[in-house]
Design a protein around this ligand. Structure first.
Ligand SMILES: [Zn+2]
Length: 257
């Protein structure tokens, strides 16, 4: 039996998701390891990844140790490998993005808190444009929940530069804050997070039960198989072993003809 010895602290997991956010859709797992290591790799520098906040945050570890952690993230379904032609790129899984969306929105809120504390209102809000819509609406919800009237000038600046749908949502928050009402503000379209960052996300892994597309039988997808599928960037198997075997035989027979 294979042992799942490596454990990752939640703090490190969040750092890795933050670092992955710089990479997703642009590079693969070795680039993520290099970013965390703080490598002077040429391609890394070309991509400007040395400017990331997480650059070198694991510099005390070896590249091999970091790569093991990155692979842990893939095997545990926080990150996935997706092929763009023959290039294996890193992407977020649903679970990984659920946590990262929350984390990114929280970073944005902290920035706004720092600005209002410092009395800064003259900010170019275009950095909020063309971001993931679900994340940006989650951030707006957090800004609304803060019930801080000092956010109003920042919200108005943001409203001025964003697209229509986001503008409307911002306007509703501004109106509610200006009225000073205590009714909860519900921003429309905020995605539900199924995997909120918390202790539950570190649950031990076990086999998954999948349903065969062909015959409808439930079958077990072992941890070992999950690892090997995920590391190859494959989707979970669609068919049970007998149905897979049948297809293989049919294919072989066709090849013989
Ligand atoms: Zn089957």
């Amino acid at each position: 039996m294979r042992k799942e010895k490596q454990e990752i602290q939640q703090e490190d997991l969040l750092l890795m998701l933050d670092a992955a956010d710089e990479i997703v859709g642009r590079a693969g797992r070795s680039m993520l390891a290099k970013l965390l290591k703080g490598s002077r790799d040429k391609k890394l520098l070309t991509l400007g990844l040395d400017r990331a906040a997480t650059y070198g945050c694991f510099k005390s570890l070896t590249l091999e140790q970091i790569t093991d952690r990155v692979d842990w993230m893939i095997k545990n379904d926080y990150l996935a490998i997706q092929f763009d032609r023959d290039m294996p790129l890193l992407v977020f899984t649903e679970r990984g993005w659920d946590i990262q969306r929350e984390q990114t929105a929280e970073h944005l809120l902290q920035q706004w808190n720092a600005w209002v504390e410092a009395g800064v209102t003259d900010v170019d809000m275009s950095y909020l444009k063309e971001r993931n819509r679900g994340m940006i609406l989650l951030f707006l919800q957090k800004a609304a929940d803060a019930r801080d009237a000092r956010f109003i000038p920042l919200l108005k600046r943001w409203e001025a530069v964003d697209v229509k749908k986001v503008k409307q949502a911002i306007r509703e928050v501004v109106n509610a804050l200006e009225q000073g009402s205590s009714v909860p503000i519900q921003v429309e379209g905020v995605p539900t997070s199924y995997y909120a960052a918390g202790p539950t996300m570190m649950e031990a892994r076990g086999p998954e039960r999948l349903k065969c597309w062909e015959c409808g039988t439930r079958f077990e997808w072992s941890v070992e198989e999950q690892d090997s599928f995920r590391m190859r960037g494959w989707e979970p198997p669609k068919r049970c072993e007998p149905c897979r075997e049948l297809r293989r035989r049919l294919r072989d027979r066709l090849m013989e003809e």
